[in-house]
Write a protein that binds this ligand. Sequence first.
Ligand code: T3D
Length: 260
Amino acid sequence: MESVLLVDRRDGWTLLTLNRPDRLNSFNEDLHRALRAALDAAAADADCRAVLLTGAGRGFCAGQDLSARVGLAEAPDLGTTIDTFYNPLVRSIRALGKPVVCAVNGVAAGAGANIALACDIVLAARSAKFIQAFSKIGLVPDSGGTYFLPRLIGDARARALALLAEPVPAEQAAAWGMIWKAVDDGSLMGEAEALCTHLATQPTFGLGLIKQALNASAANTLDAQLDLERDLQREAGRSPDYAEGVAAFMEKRAPTFTGR
Ligand code: T3D
């Protein structure tokens, strides 16, 4: 049987493809475990300097596999699933010390939409759409939806999307600032792969520090954020890639970053 997650090690980065296309790549426990393991492996692998997440088939991800939620003798404790799977997944994407690019190849619904939004740079095929599907089945947006959405697109839009579960087409998502950009369907993977190839040549340690600063920003006061920037800059200033970046600039040549 084919794996629920395809892992493809490229030159300097890793492609992760959610692979349950007949269920629009919705999450079962196997997919959760495989994705977490792959992200942990990417985190531990110094030769992996970016991660690209996408979906097989016509959808990106339809969130939780609802077939696991029917015919149960008693109501499931969904808080346990969130604690065990969804929250650690979102935390590991945000905490990964290297960029995570998401190529949204088709519909992203429920937790699938919010896992995409947790990634650092989100490209979407023009035919893709984002749906906060939760309210349609009596649930609450999870996987960071109520955190990311108001910060990305403002409270008014976040509220309407969460309460109405209306689909947001990729171009609208880009116009609202929910994602980085919408691209032609046929160029999605080419653009996303080129982005990862580029990121894999960049100062990875510094990019990880940038993620740390931006992750902290939403909850910090300006004073706290200024202090954090100072601390992170101190670390960045000690990195070999900083020394290389400055030397290359002064010597008017292209830098060769090692990621350290
Ligand atoms: O439970 C917990 O652990 C709590 C955590 C919750 C996190 C969540 O994500 S809750 C939200 C769960 N997701 C949804 O409610 C979305 C359900 N899916 C849809 O609304 C629609 O499928 C889409 C809008 C995403 C796409 O619509 P469409 O018309 O393009 O495709 P479709 O025909 O509905 O789906 C294609 C197939 O995928 C279909 O199977 P079939 O009829 O061909 O055998 C459909 O049943 C299946 N599918 C789609 N989404 C799911 C799914 N099967 C299981 N679970 C799904 N989420």
